[in-house]
Design a protein around this ligand. Structure first.
Ligand code: NDP
Ligand code: OXD
Length: 308
């Protein structure tokens, strides 16, 4: 079996070492390779379009991440080639940690207490009614579900929005564009866990963000392209929104001149809310390759018509 491997990241050696250990029978070529056309499987992160064009009859292309938006021109891949994404692979727990922290920080007003400490001010703030602190999750897939499940024991009212109808105990669900405005109304903390697709690109613009109540918070942990940066900044500047926690950006690394860096209402992290774990990911991909070789179906195949 021949694998073609490529990552735009800096840890190619860790991937290759893990792959050789888990799939000792495989012959692994790194891109660029004259043998790309003979590969049975391609394992890629942010591949150049030339790599995809060089592939022959691959049985599957494995994306080394959950989001496939960095695979150029997904729609141009031959329709019979499966594009497979990572499903959880250790990211759900990380995402649950990150978002729980963001929610508890805002609800329990830890920033206000930090400021009080700076001023040596001993003052107990009144407890805010939890029933009014509605957390809304855009995207109730693998990661959105993990976040909702982690938040449920705290007792926040939870809402989630997805493309197709979903049922999750303790979560009020809604579906599709016609229900989006109703979903946003009343959400005090909005978590974005949608994939970046032609349907979701720029979804969080000024009009949609303005549906959130005065003083709401935004947490974007999926892709920067979902959010219109300038629209968010206007709403933060004019006190309409109280704060944003951003892990993902249109341009990464975030350019030094971007206003997000120093905005008092923005907290940012460098795309670390859920990092790809090499061992877990390689184990998942190897298990799927074994299924395919045995003629069994696999999950995580990207639906080309929706782009995720
Ligand atoms: P899933 O595919 O499991 O879930 C995606 C969810 O979004 C589903 O609920 C889906 O609806 C919903 N959705 C997709 N398109 C639309 C639409 N047009 N309208 C409404 N809902 C929509 O993905 P994951 O949960 O695994 O990952 C989500 C994203 O998180 C990834 O695409 C990636 O961009 C990002 N990510 C970020 C990381 C980071 O470190 N910051 C790490 C890992 C992932 P339905 O359920 O109906 O299909
Ligand atoms: C992913 C990511 O999509 O790391 O997996 O952002």
């Amino acid at each position: 079996m021949r694998l073609l491997f490529y990552t735009a990241g800096s840890n190619a050696e860790s991937w290759l070492e893990a792959l050789r250990r888990v799939l000792p029978e495989a012959h692994i070529d790194g891109w660029p390779s004259a043998l790309a056309g003979e590969a049975d499987y391609a394992l890629v992160w942010k591949p150049p379009v030339e790599l995809l064009r060089a592939l022959g009859q691959v049985k599957a292309i494995f994306n080394l991440g959950a989001g496939v938006d960095s695979v150029p021109d997904v729609f141009a891949l031959p329709p019979d080639v499966r594009l497979v994404r990572l499903e959880d692979a250790g990211m759900a727990e990380q995402m649950a940690e990150y978002v729980s922290h963001a929610v508890l920080r805002r609800y329990r007003e830890f920033d206000a207490y930090a400021e009080q400490q700076r001023l040596s001010e001993w003052r107990q703030r009144p407890r805010r009614p939890k029933s009014e602190f509605i957390v809304g999750i855009l995207g109730l897939g693998v990661l959105g579900t993990a976040v909702a499940t982690a938040l449920a024991p705290f007792g926040f009212p939870l809402r989630a929005w997805s493309r197709t109808h979903k049922l999750l105990s303790g979560v009020a669900t809604s579906t599709g564009m016609s229900e989006l405005d109703g979903f946003l109304a009343g959400v005090r903390l909005l978590v974005c866990l949608l994939p970046l697709t032609s349907q979701t690109q720029g979804l969080l613009d000024r009009a949609r963000l303005s549906r959130l109540p005065q003083g709401a918070y935004v947490v974007n942990v999926s892709r920067g392209g979902l959010l219109i940066d300038d629209d968010l900044l206007v709403l933060l500047d004019n006190d309409r929104l109280a704060g944003a926690t951003l892990d993902v950006f249109r341009d990464e690394p975030l350019p030094p001149e971007h206003r997000f860096w120093h905005h008092p209402r923005v907290t940012l992290t460098p795309h670390v809310s859920a990092v790809t774990l090499v061992e877990e990911s390689v184990a998942q991909i190897a298990a799927k390759i074994r299924c395919l070789e045995a003629g069994r179906p696999i999950t995580g195949v990207v639906g080309r018509e929706y782009g995720y």
